[in-house]
Design a protein around this ligand. Structure first.
Ligand code: XIL
Length: 511
């Protein structure tokens, strides 16, 4: 890891190196700040900053200075901010952010040297030669000016389309893809010690765009281009974001290239988890949606910590009062502190992940008759029969037996209509065991929802199950929906119809 030792204390095992944490691994949470929590991990914890409130808003400056150890200027180092008019340079805002970071013992990530959002004096009429010269001057000027003060640079930003083809930017049209390697070489020449990064959005999961970035980075490395890492912006919509396990897998394949990865601009939108009948965000169930946000922040931070190559997590701001999201995607609450600068559940999700505390589902069980001790009350079966059975019981005297099955999806079902909050996140667990077949066969837990957008089947967990032991199926389910919700059913399904199985100790509880 390149970053350990820069600002942090690692390992976190004594009061001397981590004064506010007693024993991270054993789960005591005595950290006052994310910064203290992160310094147990060796991972940098960052925020984007804008300079004006640093002077005018004491609460903003206080949180910025204490909660984080890594700072990215949100806009102040962008080409169009620094050189809005050709050859007229304005470093005031960039200097202000760097000065603030240094005064608070924070590392700085420079953002961003090459981006398709260019200053107004660069348009389609510029010659390739002039563009190359301007780009070279800008990169060299910035990186030399902040040499020794900026730890890492986002050198190239967002060159791919969603499909994985190169974005037809002015840079690409005039210079071809060579501008990418050139930018890294220029930055390296200006500061050989700086960590140089590629940065992009919608590349957190595995797909055409992240494949394209992976291929490009592989090629750059093969050509000896000085690139040291990839930033995954992680501007997420809770209703559509990739699972944390997919993100972890994706981070890992980049780590295998021998480079570092980082979460570079994280925010997490929750407005569209529940839509009203006309497709607009439904403002209800805010607590449930904030709980889902906490779960997802915890999962994403944990995905970074699980990957040895992941060395930093930066949020794109910290308060919902100041976020680009409201203007770009519509009103939302995507960050860790609310409009009044109070810590949100999301903050605690990040903190708990940093100190290694698992997510706890604290709510009561929403399933009625979860252990089948009251016969099959509240349960029915799709395409087959169920009966309470004392032949097997993981706890208590009974389980349920699923038999006479006529399809793979036959199994015990319970309606949860009006028992779960739209927008919420739920921990779901079930124990299963085969009856008349040694297996193994795959058993699945499923939530079936029919609402204003149709019928949806969400797979929560799968496991290979045998007849010789009880097997746990466990997962998290997020209740996204378009109102009105017509039906909501939880069920256990999976093996071929002739296979009978037992289910016991069903649990669905809120985080
Ligand atoms: C955004 C800023 O947050 C806004 O204030 C600004 O108006 C536009 O840019 N990807 C990036 C960031 O790399 O630089 C963008 O920041 C958000 C998307």
């Amino acid at each position: 890891m390149l970053l350990i030792g820069l600002v942090g204390c690692s390992p976190c095992d004594t009061d001397e190196t981590c004064p506010e944490v007693s024993v991270c691994d054993e789960g005591y949470v005595r950290v006052d700040t994310l910064r203290a929590a992160a310094e147990c991990t060796g991972v940098l914890i960052g925020t984007a900053l804008t300079p004006s409130p640093l002077d005018t808003d004491a609460d903003y400056a206080e949180i910025a200075g204490t909660e984080f150890n890594y700072i990215t200027p949100e806009n102040a180092m962008k080409w169009k901010a620094v050189e809005e008019v050709e050859d007229e340079w304005d470093f005031e805002d960039a200097d202000a952010v760097v000065d603030f970071a240094e005064a608070h013992g924070q590392a700085v990530k420079g953002h961003v040297l090459v981006w398709h959002k260019l200053p107004p004096w660069i348009d389609e009429n510029i010659s390739a030669e002039d563009l190359e010269a301007a780009m070279s001057t800008y990169i060299t000027t910035m990186v030399e000016r902040y040499r020794g003060r900026v730890f890492a640079w986002d050198v190239v930003n967002e060159v791919f389309e969603f499909t994985g083809t190169y974005r037809r930017s002015i840079l690409y049209e005039k210079l071809g893809e060579d501008f990418i390697a050139d930018a890294f070489r220029l930055a390296h020449a200006a500061d050989p010690d700086a960590i140089l990064l590629y940065n992009d959005y919608d590349i957190e999961g595995v797909g055409a765009k992240s494949d394209a970035v992976h291929a490009m980075v592989s090629e750059l490395l093969a050509d000896g281009v000085p690139i040291h890492g990839v930033g995954f912006q992680t501007h997420l919509n809770a209703a559509t974001c990739p699972s944390a396990s997919e993100v972890e897998e994706n981070f890992h394949r980049f780590g295998e290239l021998g480079i570092n990865v980082n979460i570079s601009e994280m925010d997490l939108r929750i407005a569209k988890l529940v839509l009203d009948a006309s497709g607009e965000p439904d403002p209800g169930n805010l607590d449930a949606r904030l709980g889902t946000q906490k779960v997802l922040y915890h999962q994403y931070v944990s995905a970074c910590l699980a990957e040895p190559a992941c060395d930093a997590i930066t949020f794109w701001g910290f308060t919902d009062a100041r976020t680009w999201v409201d203007g770009f995607f519509g009103p939302d609450d995507p960050l860790l502190f609310d409009d009044q600068y109070h810590k949100k559940p999301a903050y605690f999700g990040v903190r708990d992940a940093l100190v290694g505390l698992p997510l706890a589902a604290t709510g009561g069980n929403r399933i009625r008759n979860p252990g089948f001790e009251d016969d099959t009350d509240h349960w029915t079966s799709w395409e087959g029969s169920i009966a309470a059975s004392s032949e097997q019981a993981r706890t208590g005297d009974y389980s349920v037996r699923s038999y006479d099955r006529t399809a793979d999806h036959a199994g015990p079902v319970q309606s949860l209509l009006d028992r779960l909050e739209p927008g919420g996140a739920y921990s779901v667990s079930v124990w299963a065991r085969l009856r008349n077949d040694s297996g193994p066969h795959t058993i699945k837990t499923t939530m079936r929802r029919s609402d204003g957008s149709g019928i949806h089947y969400d797979r929560i967990a799968t496991a290979e199950v045998t007849d010789s032991a009880w097997t746990l199926l466990e997962g998290t389910w997020i209740f996204e929906a378009k109102l009105p919700i017509e039906s909501l059913s939880f069920y256990v399904e999976g093996p071929p119809p002739e296979v009978e199985y037992f289910v016991d100790d069903v649990r669905v509880s809120a985080y």
